[in-house]
Write a protein that binds this ligand. Structure first.
Ligand code: GLN
Length: 238
């Protein structure tokens, strides 16, 4: 069977509000599509593994971000190389912030990021919490946000989506998340991928085509339960 290797970055420090569900979703959908997923975990200090097809990272408290910040700089050259090659990645909240240039905490500490996104994040007094719906290249994406950091995209940095409901990157513009090549950053927990199969399959298709060629196909899956979950999540008040 055709293998697809997923790397989950810092699962102990960076995984809140169910973000590890993104890895479970990719694993299960890859199996349904007829592929053999293999999940590797990268902890601080680990050697960066070879032949990675897809990368996932989650959110975390400021303290979790402080813990992994130095190690993230260590693996930054590997991540940049994969990003330049078009490898799909999804980074949520805390790791999304650190894929920008920097995050300044409410204590005034600056945590340096790796600058894959031309963005920076500053902690503000108001926490942005609630259900969120955004319009993206993959249709409506639905999730849940909870962050005090507000992110500002610079220059021509593309967002992941535009807000329909909720706050997203900040309280000043309608942008949510960021996209550089096939690297996606987003504030959406939930976790994000179970309720957003079109986007999940974009990540999978990109990984599969890169490894096994453009002719690779995905199967049509029964999404009826997913659609019901989406409808109920979309109808929830903030
Ligand atoms: N500590 C960051 C913030 O509150 C990230 C939070 C998160 O990952 N949910 O902005």
């Amino acid at each position: 069977m055709k293998k697809i290797r997923i790397l989950n970055l810092y699962p102990d420090e960076m995984n809140i509000y169910g973000d590890s569900g993104n890895v479970l979703t990719l694993t299960r959908r890859l199996q349904w599509h007829g592929y053999d997923p293999e999940v590797l975990f990268l902890h601080p200090g680990d050697t960066f593994p070879e032949s990675i097809d897809l990368l996932i990272g989650g959110g975390g408290q400021d303290s979790g971000q402080q813990k992994i910040a130095k190690d993230l700089q260590r693996i930054a050259p590997n991540l940049r190389k994969l990003a330049d090659n078009g490898t799909p990645m999804l980074m949520i909240c805390g790791l999304y912030q650190l894929f920008g240039h920097r995050f300044v905490t409410d204590m005034g500490d600056e945590i340096k990021g790796i600058g894959i996104f031309d963005a920076e994040t500053i902690a503000k007094d108001k926490r942005l919490i609630g259900n969120i719906v955004i319009e993206t290249d993959f249709g409506r994406v639905i999730g849940y946000e909870n962050h005090s950091g507000q992110t500002y995209l610079k220059n021509k940095q593309k967002p992941f989506g535009l807000i329909i409901k909720g706050e997203g990157n900040n309280t000043d513009d309608r942008s949510e998340g960021a996209r550089t090549n096939n690297v996606f950053g987003s504030y959406l927990h939930g976790s994000l991928l179970p309720k957003n199969p079109v986007f999940a399959d974009y990540l999978i298709k990109t990984a599969v085509e890169k490894k096994y060629g453009k002719k690779s196909t995905l199967k049509k899956l029964d999404e009826s339960l997913t659609h019901r979950a989406r409808e109920s999540a979309e109808a929830r008040p903030r």
